[in-house]
Design a protein around this ligand. Structure first.
Ligand SMILES: Cc1cc2nc3c(=O)[nH]c(=O)nc-3n(C[C@H](O)[C@H](O)[C@H](O)COP(=O)(O)OP(=O)(O)OC[C@H]3O[C@@H](n4cnc5c(N)ncnc54)[C@H](O)[C@@H]3O)c2cc1C
Length: 397
């Protein structure tokens, strides 16, 4: 079994496949696992539970109790719980922890192993690595965990390209020496001039230490850095700080794939666009998909049938458990894209934090009901929101 990409999807897949007795080689082109990180490092407690992960000081920087959302004029909506609901990780350490767990289970990971060619051969897959380690490897099956821009899937004939309007571009500064309130909460700023089709985030990693970043629609003119720098320039309490690190990358926030398998091939993580279309979080979804993919692949190995039809269970179970939910969230993303700054203010005035959570997480029917009751005096906004909250046919691409 060959895995291309040694990040969260690849490393979790490696562990889960090796635990099921398969021989696993995970190839990663970076020179150090986890470095650079392209991530705000936020991971919700639900994922910890479903993945059986226990927060560890080595790779958990700070515990979070909720979120504060800010409108363009600075109105705040607080969604606070009396217990921890998520963590800001130290992702460089977290990925190393995943690599250790994979190694303990018997998988081998190799950095500086850029895969330059992938071909079907003798009922399996041959990959060529041209890097510090030059080699050719043959595997009966390939896990494509090589991210949004990866080549693995397309090399084997499974289309996973994504249109520009379904990509966010993100940039983030890890900063110290900055001042902000409530270091046990994540902070999110919305508005069409602040972050078109996205938000500015401040994810605390300590009292004066945070990831300060932005994600915006990648097709929307000015680069993400322009908006982030403008936002920081207007805040002396942030501007005075030190930037220790710059992280950037693209985030698939749509383009959900109906087919994530082909003969001898499975796609996991960003390579399969398994990302929350509103907040852009993909770590937890990637690792949960890795667990499912490994279970299905191990069954297929046992039956000695690695054909696309033997791997179908991955597509159907992922869509049933996760895809349907993400598709609904995608509809809400489309709705958010059509909101004006005035609409954001109206939402903050009319909805509590708890209700905003329900809008994002509840069924379309529940969300529509909530919108109808809360926006009775705002018929224009109500109509606009309801248009996007109607069920749509079909799955992904
Ligand atoms: C700015 C930013 C902030 C984000 N913040 C958050 C957040 O706070 N929380 C969250 O959950 N998610 C966040 N995300 C999304 C999250 O980082 C991704 O969803 C997640 O990393 C997906 O994991 P993955 O393993 O599928 O892909 P990736 O992490 O992209 O890993 C793919 C790996 O494959 C390797 N690779 C690619 N091609 C080859 C090749 N040919 N040969 C060998 N190796 C190869 C790459 O080097 C890379 O290590 C953020 C993303 C960005 C860009």
């Amino acid at each position: 079994m060959i895995i291309i990409g040694g990040s969260v999807a690849g490393l979790r897949s490696a562990e889960q496949l090796a635990k099921r007795g398969l021989s696993v080689l995970c190839l990663e082109r970076k020179q150090e696992i986890g470095v650079p990180k392209h991530c705000g490092e936020g991971l919700g407690l639900g994922h910890f539970k479903r993945l059986g992960l226990k927060p560890d000081k080595r790779w958990c920087a700070a515990a979070m109790k909720g979120a504060i959302l800010y409108t363009p004029t600075g109105k705040k909506v607080e969604i606070k719980f009396d217990k921890t609901v998520g963590y800001i990780l130290e992702r460089k350490q977290f990925e190393k922890y995943l690599a250790e767990k994979a190694a303990k289970a018997g998988a081998v990971t190799r950095v500086r192993s850029n895969v330059s060619e992938i071909k079907r051969e003798k009922g399996g897959v041959k990959v060529t690595v041209k890097d510090l380690f030059e080699a050719e490897y043959f595997g009966k099956m390939l896990f494509a965990c090589d991210g949004t821009a990866g080549i693995a899937s397309r090399s084997l004939g499974l289309e996973n390209s994504i249109q520009a309007s379904d990509l966010d571009s993100g940039i983030q500064y890890e900063m110290v020496g900055i001042d902000f309130d409530q270091p046990d909460m994540i902070h999110l700023w919305f508005g069409n001039d602040v972050a078109p089709r996205g938000y500015v985030w401040l994810f605390p990693k300590g009292k004066n230490h945070a990831n300060v970043g932005i994600g915006i629609g990648s097709h929307l003119g000015k680069p993400a850095a322009f908006y982030l720098n403008k936002w920081i320039d207007a805040r002396p309490e942030i501007k005075k700080g030190s930037i220790m690190e710059v992280n950037s990358g693209i985030i698939p926030v749509g383009g959900l794939l109906e087919k994530m398998t082909a003969d001898n091939l499975m796609l996991v993580g960003d390579a399969a666009h398994q990302v929350n279309p509103i907040h852009g979080g993909g770590m937890g979804l990637a690792m949960e998909a890795a667990d499912l993919a490994a279970e299905v692949a191990a069954k297929a190995f046992k039956k000695n049938d690695l054909s696309n039809s033997a791997l179908q269970e991955y597509n159907s179970r992922w869509w049933e458990k996760t895809g349907v939910k993400l598709k609904r969230i995608l509809q809400i993303r489309y709705m958010m894209e059509s909101l004006s700054d005035k609409d954001y203010e109206a939402l903050a005035e009319n909805f509590t934090g708890e209700e905003i959570m329900k809008l994002q997480g509840g069924s379309l029917g529940e969300s529509a009901k909530l919108v109808t009751t809360k926006l009775i005096r705002k018929p224009g906004l109500m109509k606009l929101m309801l248009k996007y909250l109607a069920p749509k046919e079909g799955r992904g691409k």
